[in-house]
Write a protein that binds this ligand. Structure first.
Ligand code: HEC
Length: 257
């Protein structure tokens, strides 16, 4: 998932309402039966030792956590990561200029028509799930897959049958540059995403949201919706050096093995 605007996301990951802070998320997965994707669990001491030995962190950690005898702790590492993630804010797309800053020529006529489709209950109705300024929302089953274990979405933490296949409606900001789409990457392009919704959700499922229905969209409507989604791409954010890889800059160097 994209980390853009993650500071404003109430529940993290695709389908776990119990993970509500970035600090907690940075420690996931914690349980021994889960795959240990990032390899931190059980290696905390060795990891902290590597951080403690690194000249860059010898400067940055005491600066970030002043007045403590040992700033090199796992809670401080997760605080630092979370603070960085919270800084990644996207609010400078052409759509933002058009909608919030009065620049009527910032997006194309096609994108303006797409916005109307997006926000119309009678036509595409997307806003009912992708809501607000961040175009994101709660958990829904959208008929994307057959939702076999262990990819049953919200069901995995809650164990409630009605939750099978419910996933978080992610933010659509910068979505034109973040394919493939959906929790399983099963839709490769925005064209496929629009076809999926036009058909009322690819697959039937007892939990599929009643908001989804077959949409009556012409080819030019579909094109307009995609132009609207593309207007959410924030080039300034994407090319902002503050969020590029700092280890590529001369003043930093790579953590020793
Ligand atoms: C019933 C709620 C609902 C409606 C209506 C809805 N979406 Fe979604 N959308 C979701 C959910 C939930 C997901 C994530 C599904 C998954 O991964 O299984 C999603 C995912 C997406 C994604 C992929 C995002 C990513 O990063 O992978 C795009 C793009 C998208 N929706 C666009 C739209 C558009 C355009 C419309 C209107 C035509 C729309 N959605 C209508 C709930 C909805």
């Amino acid at each position: 998932m994209s980390l853009v605007n993650v500071a404003y996301v109430p529940f993290l990951t695709w389908a776990n309402p119990t993970i509500t802070s970035l600090e907690a998320q940075a420690l996931v997965p914690m349980l021994s039966e889960e795959p240990i994707e990032l390899g931190l669990k059980w290696h905390e001491a060795a990891f902290l030792e590597a951080v403690r030995r690194d000249p860059v962190y010898q400067r940055l950690f005491p600066e970030a956590f002043p007045g403590v005898s040992d700033p090199y702790t796992i809670p401080n590492v997760t605080r630092a990561i979370a603070a960085f993630e919270r800084s990644i804010v996207s609010m400078r797309s052409p759509y933002d200029r058009y909608r919030w800053r009065g620049d009527s020529s910032a997006i194309s006529d096609a994108a303006k028509r797409g916005e109307l489709l997006f926000f119309s209950s009678e036509r595409a109705g997307c806003f009912q799930c992708h809501a607000g300024w961040n175009f994101s929302g709660a958990f829904f089953n959208t008929g994307v897959s057959t939702y076999d274990a262990p990819n049953r979405g919200l069901f995995e933490p809650t164990r409630v049958t009605e939750d099978v296949g419910k996933f978080r409606a992610p933010s659509l900001r910068n979505v034109a540059v973040t394919g493939p789409y959906m929790h399983d990457g099963s839709l490769g392009t925005l064209v496929e995403v629009i076809q999926h919704y036009a058909a009322g959700g690819k697959l039937d499922h007892p939990n599929k949201s009643h908001i989804l229905r077959r949409l009556n969209l012409t080819d030019s409507d579909k094109h307009d919706l995609i132009e609207f989604l593309k207007s959410l791409t924030d080039e300034e954010m994407l090319h902002d050096l503050r969020w590029s890889n700092p280890w590529l800059h001369a003043e930093f160097h790579v953590i020793p093995e």
